[in-house]
Ligand binder design. Structure first.
Ligand SMILES: Nc1ncnc2c1ncn2[C@@H]1O[C@H](COP(=O)(O)OP(=O)(O)OP(=O)(O)O)[C@@H](O)[C@H]1O
Ligand SMILES: [Mg+2]
Length: 274
């Protein structure tokens, strides 16, 4: 389904991603972990062609993505929606309009200038917000929402594109453990119920283990681990993060696992009904 072959990115003399090879045969939820600077974001950005590769190829269903140009490349970028650590919403704009911006790539310049959205798109945006449990916030400015709610708006905007893949670059790195769990649950449900592939860069081991079907570990641009969460032992993790004295599981934990029973119950109560 997705084949990444010897994908490489160099910045001057620095090799950010070094001959990364990953093959995925069905739409799984894939986690990418590694310390800061390991090359996770660069790898993700090459997948949706935000960053041009230095060498290597990406294939999706046997089509070479790395060779696409112009309109075909933009169509691919719509097929793989990206969400970011900082949500990248327009803060002063209302939630629905933010979500509707997920359709910009297929709208005319004129319609965009005048903020003219087809009624059907508006309905779909509200349906998606409902699905993610945030429809009540639809008329509010994005900046009035909590981080977890804003990230769900960003996911809703991504879903407007009806993407095949959702690329998430540290989607929970700015969130507290409770919101982190709600956002990861949301991504997992979208994956399971829509059959969309999710590829998420994650700072933390526990999240990768808990939510992903498969985890890739990067170190200094290279893939040093590719396996199941069960295979991701503490020893392997030490190898990915570097065996310096500072390594500890706790240091790479979002503490989702450390929530107490009351907090978990609160999350369950607020749980999105996707
Ligand atoms: N635009 C750029 N110009 C020059 N060097 C870059 C650029 N983008 C990334 N790099 C370098 O490439 C390497 C990989 O960076 P990247 O952002 O992919 O790492 P990361 O694993 O996402 O880190 P983090 O966890 O901090 O987000 C780093 O050494 C970084 O400094
Ligand atoms: Mg990064």
């Amino acid at each position: 389904m997705l084949r990444i072959e010897q994908l490489t990115k160099t910045f001057g003399r620095n090799t950010a991603v070094d001959r990364a090879t990953i093959e995925v045969d069905r739409p799984i939820m894939l986690g990418i972990i590694g310390r800061s600077g390991a090359g996770k974001s660069t790898l993700l950005r090459m997948l949706n062609r935000l960053t041009p590769q230095s060498s290597g190829q990406v294939y999706f269903e046997d089509r070479e993505i790395t060779a696409l140009k112009g309109a075909e490349m933009r169509a691919w970028q719509a097929d793989c929606a990206m969400i970011f650590q900082q949500f990248n919403l327009v803060p002063r704009m209302d939630v629905v309009s933010n979500v509707l911006h997920g359709t910009l790539n297929r709208r005319s310049v004129l319609a965009t200038m005048f903020n003219l959205f087809p009624q059907s798109d508006i309905h779909r945006a509200i349906d998606i917000l409902e699905r993610l449990g945030i429809a009540e916030h639809a008329p509010k400015r994005a900046e009035a929402l909590s981080g977890g709610q804003q990230q769900r708006v960003a996911i809703a905007r991504a879903l407007m594109q009806d993407p095949r893949i959702i690329l998430a670059d540290e989607p929970i790195a700015s969130l507290d453990p409770m919101n982190a769990q709600v956002v990861m649950d949301t991504l997992r449900r979208i994956h399971e119920e829509d059959g969309r592939m999710v590829i998420a860069n994650l700072h933390t081991l526990d999240t990768a283990r808990r939510y992903c079907d498969r985890v890739v570990g990067m170190r200094d641009g290279r893939i040093v681990f590719d396996g199941t969460p069960q295979q991701l032992t503490t020893g392997v993790a030490r190898d990915i993060y570097g065996a310096d004295a500072g390594f500890s599981e706790a240091a790479t934990s979002t503490a989702i696992e450390t929530l107490d029973a009351t907090q978990r119950a609160e999350i369950d109560a607020a749980r999105v009904t996707v």
